[in-house]
Design a protein around this ligand. Structure first.
Ligand code: FPP
Ligand code: MG
Ligand code: MG
Length: 350
């Protein structure tokens, strides 16, 4: 998208709000049980990207039509709730994935054990629900409650892919036909990752009485979140095959080791330079990490995944800055008014 300075830091615009959020979230999860409190506060005290709250806050600024750049207290609370739900899902995810490293630090399950990690995740969801109810907006409560449902559905869809032994019930998939279709993979990805971002973007526009009554603004925000979320998870899945554990701050190659079939594998067997699907499938069945990695490399699995992520990132940008499709150059409806926050949201897609 032209006109966006490539050197700008999209987080800078909402830095003060993020600092306030960091303090408020510790209050929101405070409890008079020291171990539960330490487990619940753990990830909020580690440095992280804070991508989701930053997106929600920037969307609040970009859709405040009466005074661009403004964020209400309810919208700040929503950004915090989004991060609380995300963090709860990570506590549970690290138990499911038996992961011991995240954000270059030990996971909660590694430090406190699985039982406390699950309960701390439940506790975060409970406190997020209290904060959500305090917004006194039933539509927003419904949207974020659906997100929690979607996170669970995404995770269960992933468990039921033919890969993980524990979910196969003795079925032994032995042809590539048993693999999830690319459509099924993308659907799972939307549930697992994009729903939280999209529904939080939609919800933040509902918390402003002016944007709430502008369906095209509400839709543009959600559409942006859908595609940014898909792009984000595609990149995450590509990194699993291309970046070392120390550079990611979490275990690499875990999708292969856990039998989770993701885009780099599915796309290596499709399109230009594709490798033989049956050979890839057999190597996958043997958990022959070296051979799968080699076939993914030969089939350009990472490159194709990143190219698809770039398409979704562009689609996210287009949702906010609708391209001038008409011959007269007048841009179509649905775009947000120009603002530094809109530029920052576009820049995040880069
Ligand atoms: C990270 O994916 C995990 C998710 C995006 C969703 C996890 C959802 C659940 C565990 C369902 C329960 C939800 C709640 C709200 C308690 P990943 O494992 O691919 O990524 P990683 O590399 O960061 O571990
Ligand atoms: Mg994981
Ligand atoms: Mg997982």
């Amino acid at each position: 998208v032209s006109g966006v300075a490539s050197s700008m830091d999209p987080f800078r615009l909402v830095e003060q709000h993020l600092q306030r959020l960091a303090a408020e979230v510790l209050q929101a999860v405070a409890v008079d049980h020291p171990v539960l409190q330490r487990a619940a506060q753990y990830f909020f005290e580690l440095p992280g990207k804070r991508l989701r709250p930053a997106v929600v806050l920037l969307m609040a600024q970009a859709t405040c039509l009466q005074s661009l750049g403004t964020v209400s207290h309810a919208q700040l609370q929503l950004a915090m709730i989004t991060e609380m739900i995300h963090t709860a899902s990570l506590l549970h995810d690290d138990v499911i994935d038996e992961s011991n490293m995240r954000r270059s630090a030990s996971t909660v399950n590694a430090l406190f054990g699985n039982q406390l990690a699950v309960l701390a995740g439940d506790f975060l969801l409970a406190r997020a629900s209290v904060c959500l109810a305090q917004l006194r907006d039933c539509d927003v409560v419904e949207l974020l409650s659906r997100v929690i449902e979607h996170l669970v559905q995404g995770e269960v869809l992933q468990l039921n892919d033919p890969g993980p032994e524990h979910a196969r019930n003795g079925r032994s998939p032995n042809t590539p036909d048993d693999w999830p279709t690319f459509h099924a993979y993308m659907r799972k990805t939307w549930y697992k990752t994009a729903s939280l971002i999209a529904n939080s973007c939609r919800a933040v526009t509902l918390l402003n009485p002016v944007s709430r009554n502008q369906p095209q603004i509400v839709h543009a925000a959600a559409h942006y979140g859908d595609h940014l979320g898909l792009a984000f998870q595609l990149v995450d899945d590509a990194m699993d095959y291309s970046i070392s554990s120390s550079n990611m701050g979490k275990p690499a190659n875990k999708d292969l080791m856990q039998g989770t079939i993701t885009a780099p594998v599915l796309l290596a067997a499709e399109g230009p330079a594709n490798v033989d699907a049956l050979e890839l499938h057999r190597a996958w069945q043997r958990r022959d990490k070296e051979r799968v990695a080699e076939l993914v490399r030969k089939g350009l699995g990472v490159e194709k995944t990143l190219a698809l992520a770039a398409e979704h990132a562009r689609e996210a940008q287009n949702a906010l800055v609708a391209p001038s499709t008409a011959a007269d150059g007048i841009s179509s409806a649905g775009a947000l008014p120009p603002s530094p926050a809109r530029d920052a949201l576009c820049h995040l897609c880069e």
